[in-house]
Design a protein around this ligand. Structure first.
Ligand SMILES: NC(=O)c1ccc[n+]([C@@H]2O[C@H](COP(=O)([O-])OP(=O)(O)OC[C@H]3O[C@@H](n4cnc5c(N)ncnc54)[C@H](OP(=O)(O)O)[C@@H]3O)[C@@H](O)[C@H]2O)c1
Length: 419
């Protein structure tokens, strides 16, 4: 397949659009045909050059949020089906979604919001999960509290404003002056211009600071917190922390339950996302460059182009992975363009529509069989001997009168004897 890979931690110039091995879904994974993937400006600097066990990775594939279609299910997956349209966030220590196919843990994938196409859906997971967890899981934001969102005009910030408002919080969005109207339009109660002198004096006292910027801005925001308040950061934390506040610095967790909630908010019109630009997968490097130069506002998405004249691309666009991969032995042959031979027996035949009637008939048959067994005549010794066609000397004979042997009938030439 084609993928965008970074072989050395050298940032944007190192990104290469190239042939890459087809992903092989492991236990619990689904294989997804990626239609669109979202990039985060700083992600190439994230410390992801080892896997979770500390083993060095030879390259990384960026873009961990995606929208696409399930094309195969590996062992141990439930709740998803082949052909389903899904979106999700891949664990950062695995290959990302700047590729034609990805293997991703099924639990990190959820049905795509019905009201969005793939491009818009790919813009949600990273911002949705990070801001949800920052505000509610770590910030414990409640109705009546005040939250200051630093960087409210960016991808994470705009989602945070929309999540915080409906719970009844007083939302203060902070950013550069250019995003003022936009942040207020997204239902922030107030906007603080971070380019103004001593902006922190105009904030007042807040219960929660959600920091998406870090550095000097974060350090200044510390003074706006009430004693006992919470400072939740998703970037490098300020060097000095107040002793009387709760401080949390975290990395977002993927998860289907969160994604379902977020998809529901989107489908009910409570959450909007903005796509700034869409690039073909082959131009992912340009997408990163434009985003870091700030020539694009809003989320940047890399999207799969449809069948291309390139024969390799066409093979992948037109030939899909096959069905559910049940047996571990089958995994190694799970490649696009191949037919997977299932090692386990084929599916059970579908149940007939009127299965209830069939069950009733089956029970009636069983009862009838039991009745016949009860009422049929018991075989006599003679009938049994006749059926077995025993020779005369082996014909059964009655025990002699007064015989005390345990058996009423003995087989054999000798008459029974007293014991
Ligand atoms: N820990 C986690 O789990 C996690 C997850 C996702 C993202 N992140 C991090 O979160 C950060 C934001 O991500 P994002 O996708 O929301 O990026 P983004 O779309 O670029 O948003 C960042 C926003 O902050 C503003 N900003 C940055 N520096 C500023 C400053 N000094 N003064 C005023 N405004 C400033 C930007 O304005 P301008 O565009 O005008 O500069 C922009 O509006 C990134 O550093 C990313 O690495 C962390």
């Amino acid at each position: 397949m084609k993928a965008v890979r970074l072989h050395e931690p050298v940032g944007i110039p190192g990104l290469r659009y190239e042939d890459a091995p087809d992903p092989v879904p492991a236990i619990g994974d689904v294989l997804v045909k990626v239609h669109a993937s979202g990039i985060t400006p700083t992600e190439l600097d994230w410390p992801l050059w080892t896997d979770q066990l500390g083993h060095k990775r030879d390259y990384i594939v960026p873009a961990h949020e995606f929208s696409g279609e399930v094309v195969a299910l590996a062992w141990g997956t439930a709740g998803l089906s082949v052909g389903q349209e899904v979106f999700g966030l891949i664990n950062g220590y695995r290959d990302g979604a700047a590729a034609e196919y990805i293997a991703v843990e099924a639990r990190d994938v959820a049905p795509k919001p019905k009201t969005l196409d793939h491009v818009a859906a790919a813009a949600i997971p990273q911002a949705g999960l990070t801001s949800w967890q920052a505000l509610f899981d770590h910030g414990h934001l409640e109705a009546g509290q005040t939250v200051l969102i630093l960087g409210a005009g960016g991808a994470l910030g705009l989602v945070a404003v929309q999540l915080a408002h409906p719970v009844g919080a007083n939302v203060i969005g902070a950013g550069r002056s250019g995003v003022r109207s936009h942040v207020l339009e997204m239902a922030a109660d107030r906007f603080v211009d971070l380019e103004q002198d001593r902006w922190w004096d105009s904030v007042g006292q807040v219960d929660l600071v959600y920091d998406i910027i870090g550095g000097d801005v974060a350090a200044r925001a510390m003074s706006t917190l009430k004693p006992g308040g919470a400072f939740v950061s998703v970037v490098l934390p300020p060097s000095e922390l107040r002793a009387d506040i709760r401080f949390v610095n975290f990395v977002r967790e993927p998860g289907r339950a969160y994604l379902k909630e977020i998809a529901n908010l989107v489908d009910t019109g409570k959450l909007r996302v903005e796509v700034g630009a869409v690039y073909p997968l082959s131009e992912t490097q340009k997408a990163f460059t434009d985003q870091s130069n700030r020539t694009v506002r809003g989320k940047v998405i890399g999207a799969r182009s449809s069948c291309s004249p390139d024969p390799h691309r066409r093979r992948f666009s037109c030939i899909e992975w096959v069905g559910r991969i049940r047996a571990p032995e089958a995994w190694h042959c799970a490649r696009p363009g191949q037919t997977i031979e299932l090692k386990t027996p084929a599916r059970r035949p579908p149940k007939p529509a009127d299965s209830a009637a069939l069950r009733t008939r089956h029970h009636a048959d069983t009862r009838e069989l039991a009745r016949l067994r009860r009422t049929r005549p018991r075989p006599t010794d003679e009938s049994r001997a006749a059926r077995l066609q025993l020779p005369a000397h082996r014909q059964p004979r009655r025990a002699a009168a007064g015989c005390a042997c345990r058996h009423a009938v003995q087989l054999g030439p000798q008459p029974c004897e007293r014991v």
